[in-house]
Ligand binder design. Structure first.
Ligand code: ACO
Length: 326
């Protein structure tokens, strides 16, 4: 077992709420269609002057306050995001600036919706190896800036937010029992933002073609998400030498209720153990798992010794799952 402890969690959610009824006025859709096909009722939208680092800084501040520590005492900041503040430097560095902290390592993890679990895996390795002692792992996104608000197939799905966890050396029995992660870059064009990088730098043409927004084959993502999320978590459960029945809390990436349900059923975990914040926030990509984790923590759904299973899938495609003794 890799001995670490998530000593505190936090979140930052923008104030503005965009409901399905609001979306009915923007594109040809309905509350009924969105609710039935996805399970989403509303999502948060960042203010004009808020970027991803503002949300990440807010979540770290909240988590540090809950841990009773100052952000300057962190020795690492890992940000999972697909909606970076700038192409360079990293959103983690911008987050340091917003927090007024410096010195500790700061890096982004680009793994789409799996970004938080990839970050947790890295933080765990850094702590177990003795390189670091106290790392903030954050998932933060401002998806609203990369959405084509005229495309009903994508604009109804996403939301903005950030969640953070403070990870330290293990306490008592706490730790990561097992994890599983992977990627298949051959499937990259199925879900991506075509322009803005070195493949297709920004130009008048790229802007006119809406190439700076999310391009997604929804059905294909759906099928791969079910297989990869359930596969990763099933393998992690097996590697941890436990069963679905032993899991006390199940937090799948919150993309679509049908994907979450399929992953839960295939992992053999009872329905009441699944955390579902999707109706309130939509798909916040890398932020969904840490926000769901924080809300579960606040609600007292995690006690020392409990077994937590988390599983994610995202652009890349990437996937990951972790079984954590709380
Ligand atoms: N409102 C009304 N109708 C719509 C909307 C909408 N917002 N969007 C699509 N439709 C229509 C389509 O045009 C289509 O109509 P047609 O049959 O006349 O052509 C019909 O609804 C069915 O469309 P499908 O795409 O087949 O609908 P599906 O049941 O697959 O649901 C969805 C679409 C919700 C996108 C689903 O495929 C999905 O959730 N995929 C996963 C995507 C995802 O979660 N991506 C996030 C990033 S990756 C991740 O986080 C895991």
């Amino acid at each position: 077992m890799k001995s670490i402890k998530i000593v505190a969690t936090g979140s930052y959610l923008p104030e503005k709420v965009l409901t399905n009824n609001d979306l009915e006025k923007m594109v040809d859709t309905s509350d009924e269609w969105i609710t039935e096909r996805t399970g989403i009722k509303e999502r948060r939208i960042a203010a004009e002057d808020e970027s991803t680092s503002d949300l990440c800084a807010g979540a770290i501040k909240d988590a540090c306050a809950n841990a009773g520590i100052d952000p300057s005492s962190l020795d690492g900041v890992i940000v999972g995001t697909s909606t970076t503040d700038t192409l360079f430097p990293s959103t983690a560095c911008w987050t340091q600036k917003k927090l007024g902290i410096k010195g500790m390592a700061a890096l982004d993890v680009s793994a789409g919706c799996s970004g938080f679990l990839y970050g947790l895996e890295l933080a765990t390795s850094l702590i177990v190896s003795g390189t670091s002692k106290r790392i903030a792992v954050v998932g933060g996104e401002v998806m609203s800036r990369v959405i084509n608000w005229k495309d009903r197939r994508t604009c109804v799905l996403f939301g903005d937010g950030a969640g953070a966890a403070i990870v330290t050396e293990g306490v008592g029995d706490s730790g990561v029992l097992a994890s599983n992660w992977g990627a298949d870059g051959n499937l990259a064009p199925i879900l991506y933002q075509p322009a803005g990088g070195s493949q297709q730098p920004a130009s008048h043409e790229s802007v006119d073609a809406m190439a700076h927004t999310v391009h997604m084959e929804g059905n294909t993502v759906f099928k791969h998400a079910v297989v990869a999320m359930s596969g990763a978590v099933t393998k992690a459960i097996e590697a941890a030498e436990v069963s679905g029945d032993d899991i006390d809390l199940f937090i799948p990436h919150q993309a679509n209720m049908r994907i979450m349900e399929a992953a839960r059923q295939r992992a053999g975990v009872d329905a009441e153990k699944m955390v579902n914040v999707l109706p309130k926030y939509g798909n916040m990509s890398a932020a969904t798992i840490p926000v769901a984790l924080h809300e579960s923590n606040l609600a007292g759904r995690l006690k020392d010794g409990d077994l937590l299973a988390m599983t994610a899938f995202g652009t890349g495609f990437t996937w990951g799952a972790s079984i954590v003794r709380w």
